[in-house]
Each structure stands twice: as structure tokens, then as C-alpha cells.
Design a protein around this ligand. Structure first.
Ligand SMILES: [Zn+2]
Length: 269
């Protein structure tokens, strides 16, 4: 069972957990509370809302999404509040609502190579069969971004894109200086990274004056130094792949990035 942690004056965070549950957050202002990503299922969302209620007797009136992947949005219907999403995330929500999520539907998509066996296994584990998935559509849709004033705290939502998902947005919480990243720094579902999409994303991320960073599937909150070092490793890996040079200082992250940038170049050529 995941625990809720208060990481700054206004921000609460529940870390990721199995099978593929991502970070879920809440920003609590004097007037309103906002949920950051909804979690993978109604059960996951309920766990978060119950924990927040026990902690401070607050229930968020809206949720904003980092991107449209199922594990971040399937819990949205449980909140029963406004759903705020980027225009293309909103389109994907409609698509997800019309998708067959039964075991048969999942198996067909695995067989057709549309999704990975791991994806199907995660959905099955999070939502036991017979499965009825209710996907809440977006109520408020933005293009580049929007600011949400919660009373003494502002959430600046900005679309950033990237290899993981073109619809990725991040949320910057002021004055707390917390940046909620979702999965935007990760590789694509096919395992690729490209300089074309990753470099502008890095600039956008480092452009926020943040001190705490929450990643979708990372078990701890990262410092600015940790995010800078991660981005540095990505740049280093990309450079080595582009020049075909040997990497002497290797670690697990760098090896993964090398593999992803290589796959990105193969895909493009
Ligand atoms: Zn994702």
C-alpha cells in the first residue's frame, strides 16, 4: 500500500506502485484542491482520495493530466470532478473510451503488435476481469497551457511533448517550485528517444525554476541536481550514438539512453 507524503507546503504525493501505477499528486490551496494525474483505476484513485481525506479532510474538485496513457487517466471517473487536459490528450480520452478493454480485446491488440504483452498484463492485473472501464472525457481543454489559481498557490500547466507521448504536459507549482513531470522524460512505448524531440523538451524542463521534480514512475522525488545529471547523461548518450564513439564511463542509465537513441535513429532511417 502506497503512502501519501507532503513534499512541500501545498503538494501531496503518492509514489508509484505495482503493477504500473504512476505517481499521483494533489495541490491544495486556500480555495481549491487539484489532483495531478488520476491513477490507473477507480481503486487506485480511491486509495489516493481516502489517504488525502484522512490527512487533511480535502477532496480535489478537478484533475489535470500529464498525458493520455491508461495508467494515468483510468482513475479519472472516480473523482467525479472536472477533467482538464491538453487538446490531443482530450482526443485520446475519447479514443480510450471507445476501446475494447476486455481480455479478448487486449489479446487481439497484443497479437496484432499494437501493444506489448506487458501492457496487457498490467491492465489485467490493475483491473480484474470482467472489466468495465469508464473513461471520463475532458471538460476543460487547453492548447499550449493554462494557469490554475487555487488560492495562495498556482499550478502552471504547459504542453511540452517529447518522445514518450506527443501530448505530454507538465505542471509547475508556485511558490512551491515543484515540477510534476509525468512520463515526459521517458522513452517512447517502442523504446526510442530522438534528439529532435528530447532536446527541446530538456530546454523546456530546465526552463522552470523548480527544486523538486516528480516523475511518473520514479520511487523518489528528484532534486534539480539529479534531473540535470539525468539530462546530461541523455545528451552524452545521444552524442556518443551520433558520433559512433565508444563510451568508457558507463552506468545503467547511460546504457539505456544509448540503446533508446540508437533505436530512435534506426526508426528514423
Ligand atoms: Zn506514459
Amino acid at each position: 500500500m502506497s503512502v501519501l507524503t507532503k513534499i512541500s507546503e501545498h503538494v501531496y504525493w503518492m509514489p508509484p506502485g505495482p503493477p504500473d501505477r504512476p505517481s499521483v499528486g494533489a495541490v491544495v490551496g486556500d480555495r481549491r484542491a487539484l489532483m495531478l494525474d488520476a491513477g490507473s483505476s477507480k481503486a487506485h484513485t480511491r486509495e489516493f482520495l481516502d489517504a488525502l481525506w484522512v490527512e487533511i479532510a480535502v477532496r480535489p474538485s478537478a484533475v489535470v493530466y500529464t498525458h493520455s496513457h491508461w495508467d494515468h487517466v483510468f482513475g479519472g471517473a472516480e473523482l467525479g470532478g472536472h477533467v482538464i487536459a491538453h487538446a490531443s490528450t482530450a482526443e485520446w480520452l475519447i479514443e480510450l473510451a471507445g476501446t475494447d478493454w476486455s481480455d479478448d480485446g487486449l489479446e487481439l491488440r497484443v497479437a496484432a503488435g499494437i501493444v506489448s504483452p506487458q501492457h496487457a498484463a498490467h491492465v489485467k492485473q490493475e483491473l480484474p476481469s470482467p472489466r468495465r472501464v469508464e473513461v471520463a472525457p475532458a471538460d476543460i481543454v487547453f492548447q499550449q497551457g493554462l494557469d490554475l489559481e487555487l488560492g495562495g498557490v498556482t499550478v502552471r500547466v504547459q504542453h511540452v511533448g517529447g518522445d514518450h507521448s506527443a501530448d505530454s504536459s507538465v505542471m509547475f507549482v508556485e511558490p512551491d517550485r515543484v515540477l510534476f513531470l509525468g512520463d515526459c522524460l521517458s522513452d517512447s512505448p517502442e523504446g526510442t528517444l530522438t534528439a529532435e524531440l528530447a532536446f527541446p523538451l530538456h530546454e523546456a524542463i530546465l526552463g522552470f525554476d523548480a527544486e523538486l521534480y516528480i516523475e511518473g514512475h520514479h520511487e523518489s522525488v528528484s532534486s534539480r541536481a539529479e534531473i540535470e545529471s539525468l539530462i546530461e547523461k541523455m545528451r552524452f548518450a545521444e552524442n556518443a550514438v551520433r558520433k559512433g564513439s565508444e563510451i568508457t564511463e558507463r552506468d545503467e542509465d547511460t546504457d539505456d539512453f544509448v540503446q533508446a537513441f540508437r533505436a530512435g535513429r534506426t526508426m528514423a532511417s
